[in-house]
Ligand binder design. Structure first.
Ligand code: CP3
Length: 369
């Protein structure tokens, strides 16, 4: 039994009493208790690869704030790691791969991710589900996730984070056949990985296409969106008698909203460049009444509680003025409050409390009005 199912209901555009809230990267370095656990684990990978540490940090933000979902603590780069690319996290510099894909020979040798090497992720999912449940009552649903095939390819080819992912884009423009080969392996790996997360207990799935927005129009649809569509087509959509929603997030993807609505996802997550209310109107105009997630600029959390409250209220007020998904619903239904990208590591933890209080009280008040 799920005690709080607001998040899952909102994913499917069902009525809820208040707008559900969770935050991308809600477990992370802005929380002192996270830094303490990471110090005990020795490193980020030590944390992510140990299911009981991963469980501990997944629960940390849920102890502090009235959030409506848990998200598996892991990383999108676990898949290329399990393809043999050798993932390293250097403090202060972020992730890098020992063996980036820079030659045709290396690409031809690549194999799909070995799921046995990802057992620690599936074990973490099961352990988190257990920790969320007491006497048969599960507090909150658990979200599983993966990177998109294109976003994973960016890191696999460039070998680390980058402003422009020059190597990946150069390969796409000059040797699309090689890029397609990598994408095909990533599609297979991502679909199998997410399927195993569902079997282990994930109740919703999110695909992070952080670098889809680097692509030109036309190339995005052909290379990133089409690959996500192939993943979604292979995902289990029912488990334990409940539907499993799929959320897609392309950073910078607002312009492609209508295309994103066509690939079989249940929820579209937006960054702050597109307004939620405008997205609602646009989706209704094409008769694709999908739920939306987002999209406060994470840096708003660096201003004072007055400004945070005002920005969150404005987002909700705008959506309350937009048409509902259908005539039986409030306009605020079919929306999951979130940030437009991951929470910044320097965010004051009290800002999240101010945000959560506003989302709860204002989204309740607007529903009663
Ligand atoms: O949301 C959550 O609380 C779940 C955990 C989560 C992490 N990474 C933990 C993490 C999730 C969902 C991710 C996804 C992820 N990882 C993405 C897609 C979402 C996005 O932010 O765009 C990407 C691109 C990555 C790759 C990645 N991991 C980078 C580029 C970095 C370094 C930059 C940074 O923010 O530090 C990471 C490291 C990472 N992943 C940290 C955490 C908590 C910080 C590492 C640390 O604690 O030292």
């Amino acid at each position: 039994m799920l005690v709080n199912d607001r998040f899952l209901r909102a994913c499917f555009g069902e009525a809820v009493d208040q707008t559900p809230l969770w935050l991308m990267r809600q477990a992370g370095r802005y929380l002192p208790e996270y830094n303490a656990t990471r110090a005990r684990a020795g490193s980020f990978l030590g944390l992510a690869k140990n299911p009981s540490y991963a469980t501990e940090v997944t629960l940390q933000p849920l102890e502090r704030y009235p959030l409506d979902a848990a998200i598996l603590f892991s990383d999108i780069l676990t898949i290329p790691d399990a393809m043999g690319l050798g993932l390293k996290f250097t403090a202060g510099e972020g992730p890098s791969f020992e063996h980036p894909l820079r030659t045709e020979e290396a690409i031809k040798k690549l194999r799909p991710a070995d799921l046995d090497q990802l057992q620690y992720v599936f074990d973490a999912v099961s352990e988190i589900r257990k920790a969320l449940t007491q006497d048969g009552q599960q507090r909150l649903p658990l979200i599983g996730f993966s990177g998109s095939p294109w976003t994973l390819a960016c890191y696999m080819i460039d070998g680390s984070g980058s402003d422009d992912f020059r190597h990946a884009k150069t390969m796409l423009f000059s040797r699309p056949d090689l890029l397609e080969h990598i994408l095909a392996l990533n599609i297979e790996s991502v679909a199998a990985y997410l399927g195993e997360q569902v079997k282990a207990g994930a109740q919703a799935l999110m695909i992070f296409d952080t670098w889809g927005g680097l692509l030109p129009d036309g190339w995005y649809q052909r290379y990133s969106l089409a690959a996500m569509q192939k993943v979604i087509a292979r995902l289990p959509r029912d488990h334990e008698g409940r539907k499993v929603p799929v959320i897609i997030f392309t950073k910078g993807g607002g312009l492609w909203l209508n295309d994103m609505a066509q690939i079989g996802a249940d929820v579209i997550a937006l960054d702050w460049t597109m307004s939620i209310s405008r997205a609602r109107k646009q989706l209704l105009a094409i008769n694709k009444p999908l739920a939306l997630q987002g999209n406060l600029d994470p840096l708003i959390l660096f201003s004072g509680s007055k400004q945070i409250t005002s920005a969150a209220k404005t987002l909700l007020d705008d959506l309350a003025d937009a048409p509902p998904l259908n005539s039986g619903l409030h306009s605020l239904d079919g929306h999951i409050f979130n940030l437009g990208h991951g929470i910044n590591q320097f965010t004051p933890p009290e800002s999240v409390q101010a945000l959560a209080e506003t989302v709860i009280s204002h989204s309740k008040a607007l529903r009663i009005k």
